[in-house]
Design a protein around this ligand. Structure first.
Ligand SMILES: [Zn+2]
Ligand SMILES: [Zn+2]
Length: 156
C-alpha cells in the first residue's frame, strides 16, 4: 500500500477478509471516523454525508455497529457522553477526557498490552481471569485551564 492510497485499500482488504462487501457506505463511514477520531455517531453521520449525501442515519448506525463488532472500529463510552468511535484499533491505548469540555485525547498504554492493571485478588480466591482493564483518565484540558474557571472540586 502506498501512502497516496490512504487507508482505503487496507479497509477494503479487511472488509473482504471479514466476508463483507466493500460498499460506498462502509468506506464513507470509515473515512469519516478516520477524519474525526473520537466522534459520536451523529457527527460521523454528518461527516460521512459530505461524501455520500444519500446516507441515512439508520445505515450509519448499522455500519458503525457492524464495524465495531469486526474490530475495525473501536467504540468507547466516556461518562456523560454518547458512545465515541475511532479507527485506531488493535492497540491497548487509553483515553483522557476533559471533564469540563469533553475533549478526548489518546493516551499510550504504559504497559502496552491488556490488561495493564493486575487486580490484587487473594491468592487462593481468583474469581476471574482478567483480559482487559478499562483505563479512563479524567482531567482538565489545557484550553479549559486557560479559559475557564475550574470546577470547585478540582485542585490545581
Ligand atoms: Zn476542556
Ligand atoms: Zn483513541
Amino acid at each position: 500500500m502506498t501512502e497516496s492510497n490512504g487507508p482505503q485499500e487496507a479497509w477494503a482488504a479487511a472488509l473482504r477478509a471479514h466476508g463483507r462487501r466493500v460498499t460506498k457506505q462502509r468506506l464513507a463511514v470509515l473515512a469519516a471516523v478516520e477524519r474525526h477520531p473520537h466522534s459520536p455517531a451523529e457527527h460521523i453521520l454528518a461527516a460521512a454525508r459530505e461524501e455520500l449525501p444519500e446516507l441515512t442515519a439508520q445505515s450509519v448506525y448499522v455500519v458503525l455497529g457492524d464495524l465495531t463488532d469486526l474490530h475495525m472500529l473501536r467504540r468507547f463510552e466516556p461518562p456523560h457522553s454518547p458512545a465515541l468511535y475511532e479507527t485506531r484499533v488493535g492497540d491497548n491505548h487509553h483515553h483522557a477526557v476533559c471533564i469540563s469540555c469533553g475533549r478526548v485525547e489518546d493516551v499510550e498504554c504504559a504497559v502496552g498490552h491488556a490488561p495493564c492493571l493486575t487486580p490484587h485478588w487473594d491468592e487462593d480466591a481468583k474469581p476471574m481471569t482478567i483480559q482487559i482493564a478499562d483505563v479512563l483518565y479524567q482531567g482538565i484540558c489545557q484550553e479549559c485551564q486557560r479559559t475557564q474557571k475550574l470546577p470547585s472540586n478540582v485542585q490545581q
